[in-house]
Design a protein around this ligand. Sequence first.
Ligand code: ZN
Length: 283
Amino acid sequence: MRTMLEKKKLLYKLFTFFLLFMLSLCTGCSLNTLGNVGNTLIEAASDVNIFTDAEELQFGQAFVAQHEQQIKLYTDPVVTNYINELGQSLVRHSKRKNIRYTFKVVDTKGVNAYAVPGGFIYVHLDLIRASKTESELAAVIGHEIGHIVGQHSMKRLTQVYGIEILKQLILDEDDSILKKVVAEVLAAGLLFRYSRDHERESDFYGVQNVYDAGINPEGAAVFFETLRAMRGREPSSLEKFLSTHPVPSERVLNVRKQISGLPPKSGLRTDSSRFQQIKRRIQ
Ligand SMILES: [Zn+2]
């Protein structure tokens, strides 16, 4: 049985598809107003989950195959197992746990973490080093899981390429065109350019996720302060992270507000000895 919300979502999807279909019949129309309506519709469509998990995974895998040729993965199992276990403990409490998540550690300079469609999350060693406690690191990973939950990158790609083109690319048996598009997306850094709304949504999912997983959500607010302190001390190490995750004061305020509204919960974990061991190991 579908819930009322699911029914509404389905109707909205069908409606959007119908409008886009009608609009596609009008390509070549030169009316400006039509163009404006089109943009609005595409924006509306960009906020609907239009890809199946399998399609998203297929895109993600094509992306990962090229992306991993450009980075240096860190393979010490003590560290990678830890990150995977921390990540999976969050996934279990996330709003999208029906897909398989893969967590990888990257040995490329700079504080960074990012998510690739299909459930691939990358954590830089420098991010682990910069986090003072486990709850700060968990907050960032929770935020990245939030981007997967919201399918933000797929929505961004839809905005750029359009639903039909993207669907065809993914479904096409000859994957050479998909590979070309992935290379283009990779070069333009398109996947990680989130809108303010998507950043806000990921922050929201992230805070709720760590809290639900029994980790102190304050880590999210503290991490913003850690970033601020680092920005003065070693700005170059933050360059990449801040270019994809700007921290306007609005984000800090929103996160603080959300945390203060969470019901009190005893036993929330701020740190762990295992995290501190990992930190010492990679110093
Ligand atoms: Zn983000």
